[in-house]
Design a protein around this ligand. Structure first.
Ligand code: ZN
Ligand code: ZN
Length: 306
């Protein structure tokens, strides 16, 4: 349903209408919409400026999800009972470390990320992104998010691996490696260039998808961002529980994979999955190094035997 059609239903309310007035009118006019869709439509109709409406909603959602998802990890770090599942359990972050990290991340959100979040609406709608109601069917949202996870993981693998090249590491990526034992809040603790470069995989995949298929909705973008934030924060949490996703999906990277990257500074470059590091022999850790050593030795022996 286009907002222009719904706009006529609230035309009589005048400029002093509250959000709940608009919501009531929309509910009367569009009975076939569910509550989330009616709230969504009312927000855009009440704001009367789509770029600002999306900008505010995106920024607030990003902050709520980022700090909201980090909070359980802050609490878990403060409770000794959970220490048996911490991967580097002698390195529990201090309050001071967490506070300094949160402050830098917040500054980065308000300076580097805010313009990108704000520009997303005009750029994506220019390429054909939808943001009307009703929302797309759940199967389509799920399918697109799975595709973005796979594409973004490839982008992340190559650009993260490139960031470990000497001069790039020193000038850009070193900041993210401040914490050799990461914690949830450290997920976006990075230089502005890194935020832009790796963030482009997260925002660029849906934009390219829109360009190619002309079939993409903003609500899918939001769910993708929420899940990708969960992935990043959980990967930095430092905890590997028996019920962590990687024990159910063996190709899921999880904290076990990324914690080792922070501990060893080398290997395990992918974000969500294990396949790139496995196939290109860049896995981190003792077991992977042992395998590489054994293979090299076998090669030397084979050469000598010739
Ligand atoms: Zn790294
Ligand atoms: Zn990291």
């Amino acid at each position: 349903m286009a907002y222009a059609a719904l706009n006529s239903t609230i035309a009589g309310l005048g400029s002093t209408a509250t959000f709940s007035n608009v919501f009531d009118e929309v509910s009367k006019a569009a009975v076939d919409l569910n509550v989330a869709e009616r709230l969504w439509a009312s927000w855009y109709l009440w704001m009367q400026n789509d770029t600002i409406a999306t900008g505010i909603m995106s920024f607030v959602m990003h902050e709520l999800v980022y700090f909201g998802r980090s909070l359980p990890w802050i609490i878990i770090d403060a409770i000794p009972f959970f220490n048996k599942w911490k991967l580097q359990n002698t390195k529990v972050p201090t309050w001071r470390e967490q506070w300094e990290c949160a402050a830098l991340v917040l500054i980065s959100h308000c300076t580097v990320e805010l313009p990108q979040i704000w520009l997303f609406h005009p750029i994506a709608t220019y390429f054909g992104m939808e943001y009307g109601v009703p929302f797309p069917p759940a199967w389509k949202i799920a399918m697109q998010i799975v595709i973005f996870f796979i594409l973004e993981d490839a982008w992340h693998y190559w650009f993260h691996r490139a960031l470990h090249y000497g001069p790039l590491y020193k000038s850009i990526h070193k900041l993210h490696h401040t914490y050799s034992a990461p914690f949830g809040l450290a997920a976006e603790y990075a230089s502005p260039i890194e935020v832009m470069l790796l963030g482009f995989g997260i925002v660029g995949c849906p934009i390219v998808w829109t360009l190619v298929t002309n079939d993409f909705h903003l609500v899918t973008m939001y769910l993708w961002i929420v899940l990708r934030l969960f992935q990043a924060i959980d990967a930095h949490s430092g905890y590997d529980f028996p019920w962590s996703l990687r024990h159910i999906l063996p190709f899921w990277a999880g904290a076990d994979h990324h914690d080792l990257h922070h501990e060893r500074f080398i290997g395990n470059y992918a974000s969500s999955f294990r396949w790139w590091d496995y196939c290109l022999d860049t896995e981190a850790g003792e077991a992977a190094s042992k395998k590489r050593r054994e293979r090299k030795l076998a090669e030397i022996r084979a050469k000598k035997a010739q």
